[in-house]
Design a protein around this ligand. Structure first.
Ligand code: CA
Length: 222
């Protein structure tokens, strides 16, 4: 397995390289953000260990750029602070996991094995279907670049449909995932909200992306 370590603190970078090499990984180092992004783009790594605070380009910007280019290489982020924000930002940007410095090398190895096991499935930070985009982190929805204002429930409904793009989703499934568990909800409420969504995401644009599949449910065509 070939791993790229993007870390600007030379001692930590060298220690990681030594430790990972001893574990049988092939390790390359990049000492700044731009070199890290270039290497991650072109070299076909199995995983990237990515510091957040880097000269040139931050780890957040690097992982966002890779995901925007549909590069799904597993990324383990190293965060200097242990602020929850940091970690949430890293995961929202498209990282797979994170470690807070100082960290134990044994834990780093375990997390690295875990992200390598998961491989590089597509997991865009921003969901897209046709001209629609939905960013779960910023809660923005756009159609052809134009922002669409949705209520919380409409947003949740669209997010679920976009995560199952091109699949038929039943009303029951939508009730289970979008409405509160245990709420005594009439399945017809789904129809009502599908109608609201269509009036915002489709009708003004002459689109028919949110389709009714008769007797089965709904499908968001992507
Ligand atoms: Ca750093």
């Amino acid at each position: 397995m070939r791993v790229l370590v993007v870390e600007d603190e030379p001692r930590l970078a060298r220690a990681l390289q030594r430790g990972l090499t001893a574990e049988g990984y092939a390790v390359d180092l990049a000492a700044d953000g731009l070199a890290g992004l270039e290497a991650a783009r072109h070299e076909g790594y199995d995983a990237v260990v990515l510091d957040i605070m880097l000269p040139g380009l931050s780890g957040y910007r690097i992982v966002r750029a890779l995901r925007a280019e549909s590069n799904w290489v597993p990324v383990l982020m190293l965060s200097a602070k242990d602020g929850e924000y940091d970690q949430a930002d890293g995961l929202d940007a498209g990282a797979d996991d994170y470690l807070t410095k100082p960290f134990s090398f044994v834990v780093l190895l375990a997390k690295l094995r875990a992200v390598l096991r998961r491989g590089a499935p597509e997991r865009p930070a921003v969901l897209a279907a046709g001209g629609l985009t939905l960013d779960p982190a910023t809660r923005r929805v756009t159609r052809d670049g134009q922002e669409i204002a949705l209520t919380t429930r409409e947003f949740a409904l669209l997010e679920y449909l976009m995560r199952h793009r091109d699949e038929v989703v039943t009303k029951t499934e939508l009730l289970d995932h979008v409405w509160d568990a245990g709420a005594d909800t009439d399945p017809n409420v789904v129809e009502v909200y599908v109608g609201y969504l269509r009036r915002k995401i489709d009708q003004p644009y002459n689109e028919r992306s949110l389709q009714t599949v008769r007797g089965a449910g709904y499908r968001l065509a992507g």
